[in-house]
Every structure is written in C-alpha cells, then in structure tokens.
Design a protein around this ligand. Structure first.
Ligand code: UDP
Ligand code: MG
Length: 356
C-alpha cells in the first residue's frame, strides 16, 4: 500500500464470532490475543479500553485527553473504543477517529450489550501489554495513568482506582453506593475493594485470564478481584460527567448491583436457610405460647391480625427466597445455552503498515 494513505481496515467479525473465545475453555491459556493484529505487527505497550454508549457529546474530548496522557508516558499505545450499539452518531465519530488517529481501534458491537459486555469486547480486542480500563465520559481522570504505571512497575498486576470522593454523583446515589459496596464486600467469596468501579490498570496476564473466563454474566471488577495476584489501590476524586447523561438509569444500576452479588457469591442461598431456621424457631415459640395459655387459661389466644401477619410474612419470605433461587437458575440457563457473550460487527483501524 502506498505510504500515507489512510486506508481503513474493516474486519467484519460476525462470521467468526460464534467461535468467540470468551465462552470456551482452551488448552492454550492465551488463545484470544489480537484478533485484528497484522502478521508480524508488534503489540503496543499500553491499551486503553473505553466502552461508549451514546457518547457523541464527549467522545472526541475523551479521545483528546486520553491521547495526551498516553503520549506523555512515552509508551506505544492503542485506544480501543467500543461502540455499544449507540443510537446517536457515536459510531460515525469513532470511525472518523480511527481514520484520523492510527492509535485508535474502533470496535462496533452488533447491538447494545450493556457496559460490562462492551468492556469484555474491548478486553478481547485489545493487545497491549498493560490495559487501562475507564469510562468514556471523563468521570475517571486519565491523568492518573502515570501513577498507576509506577505502581505496576513495582510489581502489581492490578492497580485499581478507589474513589476518595465522588462529588459528581447525587448524595442519594453516593449513599446507596456506599452501602452496596460494603454489603458486597461482606457477601462475596473474594473481597471486592470498597468504592471501586472498573477504572483500573491491569496486566496482560490478568486480561487474558478475564477474557478466557467463560461466564456470560460478567461483573468485571469481581472477576479481576477473583483472579488474585498483587492488587494495589490508588485514591482519586471522581469527577462529574463531562457531558451527556448517565447511561445507568436506576433500573440498570440495580441490575448491575444484583448481578454483582449473585455472580460473586452463593451466600444469598445460605441466607434462605438462615431465614428459614429463624422462622422455624419463631413458629416453635408461638406454639409454646399457645400451649401454655391453653393450659393456664383453658383457651388459646384470639388473634386474626397476628395470624394474618404471620401468614403474609411467611408467604413473602418464601417468594423472596424463590426469587433468589430463580436468579441462580436463570443464570444457569443462560450459561447452558452457550450463546456468545457479545457479538462484534466490525473492527476499524487505520492500517499501521501504510506509513501512518
Ligand atoms: N455504557 C455502555 N453501555 C451501556 C451503558 C453504559 O457501554 O449500556 C458505557 C458508557 O458509555 C460509559 C460507561 O459505560 O462509558 C459508564 O456509563 P455511565 O457513565 O453512564 O454510568 P455512571 O458513571 O453514570 O454510573
Ligand atoms: Mg459515568
């Protein structure tokens, strides 16, 4: 190809995707590397992975700021921008960015898959030696990268950014998040750090392990904690969104929260047993009370109200427990269908070999 042309490599991935690796176990521990790397092409030292859903207002600004920080590190880098089925002009902008900047890899998913799966697609597509995961709305300051790299140089495999404060979020959301993270820490099998989102720097081996995990319900921060190795925090203040609105309405946030608990632990199932045992003890006490008052007074206590309370309470508890068990069964069903976790329409990047 003549030098200087801005040819775009368009790789339509849908055909291959049904064999998309994240859903299968391979004997090769690193089977998923570089789906789009040219033969002989070297891997960059750093990848930045950003899932983008309807981020047309902010994505150019994010790209500029991330690029500046990456250039400042002196490392070779790529910026993987995953379009998660946006309905605005995000994908058109990502393609333009890929045209203008050889460091950009634009990945288009076949439809909206949700943040965690878009992130998974980005991790699958990237090929850097170290991978920075961050949101596309500049709530996570990319300027933290040099400090994260320094901590990783000292031997950490994961450097996660822990929120010292989050002035960008409403007080109610802040309070609910604080309670949630503490509850999650209590129930999860592996401790998940408090007040920590997905903003983190991970090593290639951690990325490969995450990508090779076959689960469909992907709670990335839980998966990263589960992997182990040395994981170090770095404190920061979470900014407000640079532009646009949150893509996490309460419904999606709740789904993420439930998914976080269910995919990190089976303790909610044990909770059913504890509640059942407590109800049994209460029932025995009530029986004893009824018997004693019958022997002492010759009559059982009257009480339509208390009867109703107990019946409704027990009904509620049973339905709640059925719901919890149902959540696990639903996940088993999803997993047993074996469908790909995400589907990529195409990956677009400027051909690095053509003198760009
Ligand atoms: N996002 C996504 N798919 C979705 C929802 C969100 O890829 O279905 C991306 C979004 O573009 C952003 C990140 O996930 O980069 C976090 O979303 P957002 O900032 O809206 O969440 P919040 O910070 O308000 O919790
Ligand atoms: Mg945000």
């Amino acid at each position: 190809m003549p030098a200087g042309t801005a040819d775009i490599l368009r790789e339509t991935m849908s055909g291959q995707l049904h064999a998309t690796p994240p859903l299968r176990h391979h004997a090769d521990p690193y089977p998923h590397r570089s789906p789009h790397v040219a033969p002989g092409g070297a891997s960059p030292e750093l990848s930045v992975v950003l899932p983008c859903y309807n981020e047309e207002q902010v994505i150019r600004r994010t790209h500029a700021r991330v690029s500046e920080v990456c250039r400042g590190t002196g490392l070779t880098y790529e910026i993987v921008l995953v379009n998660d089925g946006s309905s605005d002009s995000t994908w058109a902008i990502l393609q333009d960015l890929a045209c203008e900047d050889p460091a950009v890899v634009a990945v288009n998913l076949s439809r909206n898959h949700g943040h965690q799966l878009a992130l998974s697609a980005g991790l699958w597509s990237c090929r850097g030696n170290r991978i920075l995961i961050m949101d596309a709305d500049l709530q996570d300051p990319p300027e933290l990268l040099p400090d994260m790299l320094t901590v990783m140089d000292s031997g950490a495999d994961v450097v996660y950014a822990q929120r010292r404060s989050r002035p960008g979020d409403a007080p109610v959301k802040r309070a609910l998040c604080a309670i949630y993270y503490r509850m999650l820490k209590m129930v999860s099998d592996r401790p998940i750090p408090l007040d920590t989102g997905d903003f983190r720097l991970i090593s290639r081996r951690v990325c490969d392990l995450i990508v090779s995990m076959p689960e469909r319900q992907r709670y990335i921060r839980g998966m990263v904690s589960w992997v182990g190795f040395r994981q170090e925090p770095i404190l920061y203040d979470r900014d407000a969104r640079a532009a646009g609105e949150t893509k996490y309405p309460f419904r999606k946030l709740l789904a993420l929260a439930i998914n976080g608990v269910i995919s990190s632990s089976v303790k909610p199932l044990a909770f059913a047993a504890v509640l059942g045992a407590t109800a049994l003890v209460l029932a025995l006490l009530l029986t004893a009370y009824a018997l004693i008052s019958w022997i002492a007074n010759g009559a059982t206590p009257q009480g339509w109200t208390s009867l109703m309370v107990v019946v409704v309470f027990m009904g509620g508890v049973q339905l709640l427990m059925l719901g919890i068990i149902g959540e696990y069964i639903g996940r088993l069903f999803e997993q047993s269908r074996g469908r790909p976790a995400f589907m990529i329409d195409r990956i677009v990047r400027r051909d690095r070999t053509d003198g760009a």
